[in-house]
Ligand binder design. Structure first.
Ligand SMILES: C[S@@+](CC[C@H](N)C(=O)[O-])C[C@H]1O[C@@H](n2cnc3c(N)ncnc32)[C@H](O)[C@@H]1O
Length: 213
């Protein structure tokens, strides 16, 4: 099914994105698949966010997908642990003419999120998969009421939804991801859907107020 959907759901990359995809393939870097790029493009275009926070920049492909969909209307803050990757992303933001709209923090998201302030319309979580639950309280604090928390890879190669195929080395990540999905699916402040696109995407809407059904 994954292959079928990926073949149908193409994202029209510009020449910079196409170059980034080549580079990611060459260096075995995990940038978003085209089907998720299409979904993010659709969400950003239709919700018109002014501020987006991203956790996990890599070389900046997903930041540029969201930036393009914002159409010059807003700002992106993105966090990347790896120094070399953050430099490569910064270069791409310059080449794409997006450097004034995308601010990149180089460091550990668990530390940076702790001192971040402000309110974001969308938070895109695509960092270390075992840490999603640890980032959740910060994300809720930083997300506007009515905003969206979008998390990639929540089904983690199908292992989260199927106990039998759990790779022993990944068991802690799978356990953490299951806890995370249970919490966001039953959270009083959020409405969540989980979509089996790629390796699974969750989309949570932060309710406007506690009385909202
Ligand atoms: C799946 S990749 C992000 C891909 C990117 N969002 C895209 O689609 O183009 C995950 C990234 O998270 C970064 N990362 C891992 N641990 C991190 C941490 N503790 N804080 C911030 N970033 C981290 C990795 O270095 C990696 O580049």
């Amino acid at each position: 099914m994954k292959k079928y959907i990926d073949n149908l759901t193409r994202y029209e990359e510009d020449h910079i994105m196409a170059r980034m995809r080549e580079e990611a393939k060459r260096d075995h870097l995990p940038i978003m698949r085209e089907s998720l790029a299409s979904l993010m493009d659709l969400i950003v275009r239709s919700t018109k966010p002014e501020k987006i926070l991203e956790i996990g920049t890599c070389i900046g492909y997903s930041s540029l997908v969201m930036h393009r969909a914002m159409n010059g209307r807003g700002q992106i803050v993105t966090i990347e642990l790896d120094y070399d990757l953050s430099c490569r992303a910064r270069e791409y933001f310059k080449i794409a003419g997006a450097a004034n709209d995308i601010f990149i923090y180089n460091g550990d998201a668990s530390e940076i999120l702790g001192y971040m302030e402000g309110q974001f319309d969308i938070i895109f979580m695509d960092g270390p998969k075992g840490q999603y639950l640890n980032y959740l309280d910060h994300c809720l604090r930083l997300l506007k009421p009515g905003g969206l928390l979008i998390c990639d890879d929540v089904l983690f190669y199908g292992m989260v939804a199927n106990d039998k195929i759990v790779n022993k080395k990944k068991i802690t990540i799978v356990r953490e991801m299951k806890k995370f999905l249970e919490i966001i699916s039953n959270h009083p402040q959020m409405n969540t859907v989980i979509i089996p696109l790629g390796d699974g995407v969750s989309i949570s809407y932060k309710k406007e107020d506690k009385a909202e059904i």
